[in-house]
Design a binder for this molecule. Structure first.
Ligand code: KG4
Ligand code: ZN
Length: 332
């Protein structure tokens, strides 16, 4: 079984050719540079860039893989969630190829693909927790098996990745802000600024990040933005984010325990899982609780088509299971 997968939900244009034995014949991720000058993604520009790039990287993927389009068994594309224009470009393009080749088109849920990305390179046991940290979502999932994934808690406002990007913009750092903040924080004192930790005392598993961005903005206005200030505020910001994530992971595990659901591992997925500081904090927490932590391979951390192909491969392709639908919420 050979899958051709497309990812265009935000500002990465990506295609992948993968077989059922996990072999990747080609995987191209094109990160659109045009958004850097705006400090965030401009949806219309993203759509136009996808339209331009998608055909080019598809031709390169087939050339490099040595595979012919007629050999593809399934054509898969991200159908949501994401920016509507970019999603329409990716799905229309992929559906057209599927129709032309008289092969099935498989709609894929982007979030589910991030959650399943760690199962590509790890033998995870079930149930486990999945901490999803992207530019659009911050969520904790209970993964019963590859098909039963339920939402336990999420950010009620900004996502963690979005908060990194917005804080970077306040500090005049480049977009995307995550890697920039991580780099600057290395030289900083994480105890220099005390940032608010919203909804930490709430019993539920939801999180909030927009107040932290506002707090950074207020502090930035009262200070001279020089190298030392940026280093200290970035380090303090990362500490604050990691405290929230760990507290909510801890609460999730406790709540599940009360329902006799024992978790022995955590999977951390999405673009923010690239962050070494946050990964280490989660690792330290997991070690203290005797839990295992799993991460995707590097090329499956940020948006990519390999996780879309992998989701298509592990998915039950019965008709009732192939339509895009949001993942259910579990109240614990
Ligand atoms: O998963 P992803 O590529 O796209 C979405 O589905 O949203 O995540 C993108 C986000 C961006 O907000 C980016 O700033 C963040 O991931 N990110 C990081 C790091 N690398 C990427 N955040 C913190 N530290 C990093 N090293
Ligand atoms: Zn994503």
């Amino acid at each position: 079984m050979l899958v051709f997968a497309v990812e265009t939900s935000c500002d990465e244009t990506s295609v992948c050719i993968m077989d059922q034995n996990k072999k990747i014949y080609s995987h191209i991720i094109f990160s659109q540079e045009i958004h850097k000058q705006f400090g965030g993604v401009v949806p219309e520009l993203a759509s136009r860039a996808h339209l331009d790039i998608l055909q080019k990287i598809t031709a390169i993927a087939f050339r490099d893989s040595g595979k012919k389009i007629g050999e593809i068994d399934f054509f898969a594309a991200t159908c949501g969630p994401g920016l509507i224009g970019p999603l329409l470009i990716g799905t229309t393009f992929t559906k057209s190829l599927a129709i032309g080749c008289k092969k099935p088109f498989i709609p894929i849920n982007h979030i589910e693909s991030h959650v399943l990305s760690t199962t590509y390179n790890n033998s995870l046991t079930y149930p486990h927790l999945s901490l999803l940290l992207t530019g659009g979502h911050t969520q904790i999932y209970l993964v019963d098996n590859k098909k039963n994934i339920s939402l336990l808690g999420e950010s009620v406002d900004d996502a963690v990745g979005e908060t990194f990007d917005k804080v970077a913009k306040i500090l005049n750092l480049n977009y995307p802000g995550g890697p920039e903040i991580e780099r600057c924080a290395k030289e900083g004192n994480e105890l220099f600024f005390e940032l608010p930790i919203p909804v930490i005392k709430n019993k539920n598993l939801n999180m909030s990040f927009s107040g932290i961005k506002t707090a950074v903005n207020i502090i930035a206005k009262k200070n001279i933005i020089n190298e030392k200030f940026i280093a200290d505020i970035c380090a303090s910001f990362q500490l604050c984010i990691s405290k929230i994530l760990i507290e909510k992971l801890s609460k999730s595990i406790e709540s599940l325990k009360k329902q006799s659901i024992e978790i022995d591992s955590i999977s951390v997925v999405g673009g923010v899982s690239n962050n070494k500081y946050i990964s280490k904090k989660i690792n330290d927490f997991a070690n203290s609780k005797k839990l295992k932590v799993f991460f995707p391979i590097k090329e499956m951390m940020s948006d990519n088509a390999a996780m879309i192909a992998w989701n298509c491969i592990v998915k039950d392709k019965k008709l009732e299971n192939i339509f895009f639908k949001p993942l259910p919420r579990l109240i614990i």
